[in-house]
Design a protein around this ligand. Structure first.
Ligand code: NAP
Ligand code: GLV
Length: 337
């Protein structure tokens, strides 16, 4: 019998292809860049499974292009805002993601951004390299201390908690947070307080964003929210670019309304090199590298392949976002990302 076809939207750590090759015919996009829309639509034709990346928009058109045999979409990411979840659910297509295994790597990048912006590392390093380091400067490159500070975590989930852990454990930082539900275990662990977003913005020295992108979080941080932040405060975004109104952020940074921002995610991605945010000394931008460690990416590849295999076999996904009924079980959802 012919093997089911899976479309793999990019080159991935080898483990994914090793896991899939026994059971599937793999149709893999080989380009360095994401497939174009036309390549994606052609590539998924007659596929039973799609292994997508966060840069691939998987909507009704792609599901139609795949055909009615499509059983599973497995995202190589914990976030799944690139997938039309409602449409997949309506069609009974399983959707999976890769939670947990990238939590530490992403929290590390949030802390790295915070330290770099607080201590003005990009400016200091550029000055050293470009000959502007003339002497030991009593008044030069002054940054912000991390001691005796308050960190506001917007979205106290897996990565939010790992970020809070690093700051609370390392610098004894006070922790405020928002999430849809208060979290008594988090309150106890970090002596943290669940507060409204406005309070968090007004009382935090550092604000780190960890909510998923959806209708409730798009432009969650806009002009009004930035106005509430303190002048010495720093905004870190490792979640999704669209959670911040980037024009409002540019103005706030340019006018010194906040001290700085560290962004691992932007709108759009990649952010074009002539974007005005790059001109600001107090803004550090990374090319979405939160999960970019060998360990995290290998584990993500394993989870993505495991989801794909389970979905194609009609079994429950090990890491489901949408799980259509499987034999006895009702429809369930979890792993909010
Ligand atoms: P998670 O465990 O699901 O945490 C998300 C948290 O956001 C949950 O605590 C949830 O609250 C909260 N939340 C959801 N909607 C909210 C709203 N409207 N207002 C306030 N809080 C809200 O997800 P995670 O694994 O930490 O990942 C978080 C996000 O990080 C992902 O969705 C992805 O976009 C991004 N990410 C980026 C990178 C990168 O490379 N930069 C890597 C990994 C992930 P409840 O718990 O109360 O429901
Ligand atoms: C990366 O951004 C992810 O959502 O895994």
């Amino acid at each position: 019998m012919a093997k089911p076809i899976v479309y793999v939207a990019r080159r991935l750590p080898d483990v994914a292809v090793r896991m899939l090759s026994g059971e599937c015919e793999i149709r893999q996009h080989q380009g360095e860049l994401p497939p174009t829309r036309d390549e994606l639509l052609a590539g998924v034709a007659r596929c039973t499974g799609i292994l997508s990346l966060l840069s691939d928009r998987i909507d009704a058109e792609v599901m139609d292009a795949a055909g009615p045999q499509l059983k599973v979409i497995s995202n190589f990411a914990v976030g799944y805002n690139n997938i039309d979840i409602e449409e997949a659910r309506r069609r009974g297509i399983a959707v999976g993601n890769t939670p947990d295994v990238l939590t530490d790597a992403t929290a590390d990048i949030a802390i790295a951004l915070l330290l770099a912006v607080a201590r003005r590392l990009p400016q200091a390093a550029a000055d050293a390299r470009q000959g502007r380091w003339k002497t030991w400067e009593p008044l030069g490159w002054l940054g912000i201390d991390l001691q005796d500070r308050t960190l506001g975590i917007v979205g106290m989930g897996r990565i939010g908690a790992a970020t809070a852990q690093r700051m609370h454990g390392g610098w004894g930082t006070r922790i405020l947070y928002t999430s849809r539900q208060p979290k008594p275990e988090v309150d106890a662990r970090f002596n943290a307080r669940h507060v409204p977003l406005e309070t968090l913005l007004e009382q935090s020295d550092f604000v780190s964003l960890h909510v998923p992108l959806d209708g409730s979080t798009r432009h969650l941080i806009g002009r009004e929210q930035l106005r509430r932040m303190q002048r010495h405060s720093i905004l870190i975004n490792t979640a999704r670019g669209e959670i911040v109104d980037q024009d409002a952020l540019y103005e706030a940074l340019r006018q010194g309304q906040i001290f700085g921002a560290g962004l691992d995610v932007t709108t759009p991605e990649p952010l074009p090199p002539d974007h005005p945010l790059y001109q600001l000394d107090n803004c550090l931008i990374l090319p979405h590298i939160g999960s970019a460690t060998d360990k995290a990416r290998n584990a993500m590849a394993e989870r993505a392949a495991a989801n794909l295999l389970a979905g194609m076999r009609g079994q429950p996904l090990p890491f489901p976002v949408v799980q259509p009924p499987v034999e006895a079980g009702p429809s369930t959802e979890r792993n909010g990302g």
